[in-house]
Design a protein around this ligand. Structure first.
Ligand code: SF4
Length: 107
């Protein structure tokens, strides 16, 4: 890993997280014990965490950007690796969208 990669990785911490993964579709497993009012079913039949009107998981505390059911969060959330490839891909895509928005505002 080179210096730039090390610095980029070092910036990904719980304290500096935008919780972007909490906008992804969280597919629940049978072993998950999530209160029913926080979940929904997609037309495909998949049992997932429900989202609010802005696309965030309903279990996310939007003020603190913290999971309100952290201790009993879904298995897929537990296995999501902070700073891992999927996390980095989401962050990169988010940054690209931000850049596009800024570029559009400047034109
Ligand atoms: S359950 Fe918690 S960790 Fe999982 S997406 Fe929702 S807010 Fe994020």
């Amino acid at each position: 890993m080179n210096r730039v990669e090390r610095e980029k990785k070092a910036r990904i911490t719980c304290a500096a997280c935008d919780s972007l993964c909490c906008q992804l579709t969280v597919v629940l497993e049978e072993r998950d014990t999530i209160p029913a009012h926080l979940t929904t079913r997609l037309p495909s039949g998949l049992h997932v965490m429900a989202k609010d009107e802005d696309g965030w998981c309903v279990a996310l505390d939007g003020q603190q950007m913290r999971c309100r059911i952290y201790a009993s969060r879904p298995i897929v959330c537990r296995s999501f690796v902070m700073g891992g490839p999927y996390c980095r891909a989401e962050r990169d895509e988010h940054a690209r969208q931000k850049d596009r928005t800024i570029a559009l505002q400047l034109t």
